[in-house]
Structures are given as C-alpha cells and as structure tokens.
Write a protein that binds this ligand. Structure first.
Ligand code: SF4
Ligand code: F3S
Length: 104
C-alpha cells in the first residue's frame, strides 16, 4: 500500500484524488489518508502530491503511518474530486512537527 504522512497536514492539495483509479482517499479536516486495504499499489498518486506526502509502505517508518491511515480511512468520508488546497498550504508546506501542531 501507499500511505499519506504528516506532510499533508494543513496543505491538503488533493491532487492525489484526481488520479487514484480506485477512489481510496478519505478526507479529514486538514489532511487525507489512503485506505490500505483498498489501495492497489499503482503508485500514480505519489508524484502528484506537491507536498511529497505520499510514500510506499516500504519506506522506513511507514508502519505507523499504515495504521494511522487505516484508522482514519474507516472514520472519514471518501473524497473523489479535487477541492481547493487549504488557505495556508504554501506556508505550511515542508514545515516539521505538523501532526502535533495542526492535526485535528
Ligand atoms: Fe490510489 Fe494508486 Fe495511490 Fe493507491 S497508489 S492510493 S491505488 S493512486
Ligand atoms: Fe495531501 Fe498531497 Fe493529496 S498534500 S491531499 S496527499 S496531494
């Protein structure tokens, strides 16, 4: 599977949803997640994310993000169409510690 990590938080560009062939992105207030059981590992979303928030679960550190993505994918609604990025997306892009600072 692929996962969305904290680089998405407070940016939420949503370019990723446009390309996913199986519509497995789910939308929270300030980030998206991927449902790990629905993702078919095609990889097309990874290069589309301006914040570089999408990675394969083969990356170091990915396991906690797989569980995080699964948890919220089961609570949040599916998103299948691109929407406007969050207002401070460019200012927040690349900032560290976003999970602690902004996740809601
Ligand atoms: Fe969707 Fe493919 Fe990205 Fe998985 S890797 S979330 S199936 S676009
Ligand atoms: Fe987030 Fe990147 Fe998609 S910022 S909403 S994972 S395009």
């Amino acid at each position: 599977t692929y996962i969305v990590n904290d680089a998405c938080i407070a940016c939420k560009y949503t370019d990723c949803v446009e390309v996913c062939p199986v519509d497995c992105f789910y939308e929270g207030e300030n980030m998206l997640v991927i449902h790990p059981d629905e993702c078919i590992d095609c990889g097309v979303c990874e290069p589309e994310c301006p914040a570089e928030a999408i990675l394969p679960d083969t990356e170091p550190d990915a396991e906690k993000w797989v569980e995080f993505n699964r948890k919220y994918a089961e609570i949040w609604p599916v998103i299948i169409t691109k929407v406007d990025q969050l207002p401070d997306a460019e200012a927040r892009d690349g900032e560290s510690g976003k999970l602690e600072k902004y996740f809601s």
